[in-house]
Design a protein around this ligand. Sequence first.
Ligand code: TRP
Length: 450
Amino acid sequence: MEVERDQWGSKIGFILAAAGSAIGLGNIWKFPYLVGENGGAAFIIIYLLSILIIGLPTVIAEVLIGRTAQKNPVGSFRQLSQNSLFWTAVGGIGVFAGFVILSYYNVIAGWCAGYVVESVKGSFAAINDPAMAGEFFSGLSGNPLWTLGFHALFMFMTVGIIYFGVSNGIEKAAKILMPLLLFFMLALVVRGVTLDGAQAGIAYLMKPDFSAINERTILLALGQAFFSLSLGMGALLTYGSYMSKNDNLVNCSLNIVILDTFIALLAGFMFFPALFALGLHPDQGPALIFNILPSMFNAIPAGGFFRIIFFLLLSMAALTSTISLMEVITAFFTEEFNLSRQKATIFLGGVVFLLGVPSALSFGPMRDIHIFGKTFFGVADFFASNILLPLGGIFILVFVGWFWGMKKAIPNLLQGIQGRSNILLNIWKILVKFVAPVLVLIVLLFKIFG
Ligand code: TRP
């Protein structure tokens, strides 16, 4: 017997939940440092083009698979491919990627929550330069009790939301967390741009320096567009499977992409004016958030307060992403093994927690255990975001463009859309069949061999 499937209560609920999946540490942590290391405004322009050329068309393709089949990634590919073993396995790669990504992403999310607690405790009050902050960070991330504790706490919050289902859990959480996130970010942007000397940071974000652009930056921008939109592992597919066939899929996808891009840009305006105002260089790299930023807040008026707000917003952005990862594997287990959602989430929460332990310890007791020259955490991240996601993305595009095919895809795409534009449809077709898969393949090869 088929279990009655939950659906989003509203179109805006779906958009906010999917945007919540997309908006995460990738937008707030990674995007700004990529901008800072790769030419500021020039990188932003390349990024926006990547979003347009591969981001949006792939979002549409991935959501379309889910909405048409109304199943988890494995079930969806199996159904639309009429039981092809190969395509079913492609869905399986997505679920597997979900496990891997969630296991280490949740560790970082836990740090964010841990930093909220440390900020409230006033732990940063006497930490006045980045070197000291770096030491403090190494101490915390290397402390098994601290990292594992917050890893567990974050898993508990994720499970706590998924437990209540799609409309009562994920959708409600997204409707509260997303507006709050935006509000907190705006507060920090205003704080940053009103500091003395912030002007230089704003100029950096507005004036492109094209001499900083080369093949490497273009590939970085393409890869970031892909990661930031949560593409390639069935997260948007799974969220799309709860979408009504009466809603306009293209319009929803456009909204998701615009929100994700807007928040990434806003993150730029949150960091750079403040960085320049405090006399720091823009190219701080991955250390920016946990090593440099906490001490920066001491130099600005009301910094202690804004530090708490900052780590809260970071935790909220991460939470809407961890729940979407958790939902992919939950949907798979409930539908394929006939488990109740409640049992599945508790079980999976435990499994993913354990899977994340070696990643959590990669900054402490296991920091010297290397596989292919990387820590366990490094391997998990490299394997998932550089290999599994682009590979999944190529499969999704080839599936929609060639195997399932446009003849079947387009009528399903048009369901819920009033009036059609043949020009836009043809552009989408060309991007999905030719342009996007080739570009993602190049990104994949560059990540492996580059
Ligand atoms: N998009 C998320 C971010 O920007 C990260 C991410 C990549 C992700 N793939 C995902 C999140 C799949 C959820 C599901 O941080």
